[in-house]
Design a protein around this ligand. Structure first.
Ligand code: MRU
Length: 352
């Protein structure tokens, strides 16, 4: 693979992110230097997508230690706890955020107590980098696991952005598509626009075009007709949180696609790493759903598109019931129903 597109990377000790709110018009790179700036970047979707949010949070924890002052191990732990509580308020649905905060806390607990502050800080930075690097390897594995399910499809529909921009690199739902491209297989990809914030048309179309994929963008309300015309043989999306029974939180509109896919006899695949599976949530009812600023719906790309005083309901995610999901593609293999049995079997040590 050539140099992958990445939403967050480091240069020396600088933490850099590509501001996704400005894509595709502008490629603005922002240096993040404080936990407040990382919180802002996550909350405003400069960095977004469940695994990328987790990676950002890992670096946010490091920044909490760097910007605070601690003289010993005990003070570091207290500082990280405070940073973790703060960062966890950035967004509620993607469980990767909470996973990364807890992971960094556990890592810090394991550091030798007599280590100097400078060495502890360096270790935290290296661990955040390791979280990012492991996520990239995980995405590649999801690509390998998912490609066989898609290789005979002429058309594939995806929603939101679960690609390189939503992860360390390569993506989850888009990783199998990148694997197919490497093998010379080039299916037509339909990318839902994904109102209100257009992650599908702004980000998925952007990164798939850059990769040389055959991508076509449609408005969200065109998906049923595209399916009815026999243009797609699979739907593949990412996830923000998967409950123990397989119920899946993902970008608003995914549930509707699941219903449409079932009606048309098309499989719906979820692609996600185990850092997105929340075994503590028995089912989708336990997953918190983020509600965002009504203005996102009253405007279209910053231009008013509705009466400015109309009441708005703006859930950012929905829950697709497990009965509508044909398979969950993970880095360890493909889980088939019943997910309450197949997910723990595949998770190995990843069950919490
Ligand atoms: O609000 P966003 O853009 O963070 O929503 C992202 C999604 O819903 C993605 O599909 C999900 O996080 C999976 S990313 C691999």
């Amino acid at each position: 693979m050539t140099q992958p597109l990445m939403p967050l990377w480091t240069e020396d000790s600088k933490i850099l992110i590509l501001d996704q709110t400005r894509l595709p018009q502008e490629r603005i790179v922002v240096q993040v230097e404080t936990p407040e700036q990382m919180h802002h970047a996550i909350r405003t979707l400069m960095v977004r997508g469940a695994p990328a949010i987790g990676n950002a949070a890992a670096f946010g924890m490091y920044l909490g230690a760097k910007c605070g002052s601690f003289q010993d191990h005990q003070k570091l732990i207290a500082l990280l706890e405070k940073t973790g509580v703060y960062l966890s308020t950035a967004r509620p649905t993607a469980v990767n955020l909470f996973w990364a905060i807890r992971h960094m806390e556990e890592f810090a607990h394991g550091l030798p107590q007599d280590t100097s502050p400078a060495v502890m800080l360096k270790a935290l930075f290296q661990e955040a980098q390791a979280v990012l690097e492991r996520d990239i390897e995980t995405c590649k594995a999801i690509g390998r696991q998912g490609a066989p399910l898609l290789m005979r499809c002429n058309g594939i529909l995806t929603h939101c952005n679960a690609g390189a921009l939503a992860t360390g690199a390569y993506g989850t739902a888009l990783a199998p598509i990148y694997t197919l491209l490497e093998e010379g297989i080039r299916p037509k990809i339909y990318s839902d626009e994904t109102r209100p914030l257009l992650q599908g048309s702004r980000l998925t179309a952007y990164e798939l075009l850059a990769a040389g994929a055959d991508v076509t963008t449609i408005c969200d309300d065109m998906a049923a007709w595209v399916m009815a015309q026999g243009k797609v043989q699979a739907v593949i999306v990412g996830a923000d949180r998967i409950a123990a029974n397989g119920d899946t939180a993902n970008k608003i509109g995914t549930y509707g696609l699941g219903v449409l896919a079932a009606y048309h006899g098309i499989p719906l695949y979820i692609a996600a790493p185990f850092t997105t599976v929340d075994f503590q949530c028995p089912d989708g009812n336990a997953i918190p759903i983020e509600e965002r600023d009504p203005q996102e719906v009253r405007e279209f790309c910053g231009t008013p598109s509705a009466p400015q005083d109309v009441p708005v309901y703006n859930p950012a995610f929905d829950i697709t019931p497990h009965q509508l999901i044909a398979a969950i593609i993970t880095e360890n293999g493909v889980a088939y129903p019943p997910f309450s049995e197949s997910l723990p079997r595949l998770a190995g040590e990843n069950t919490r």
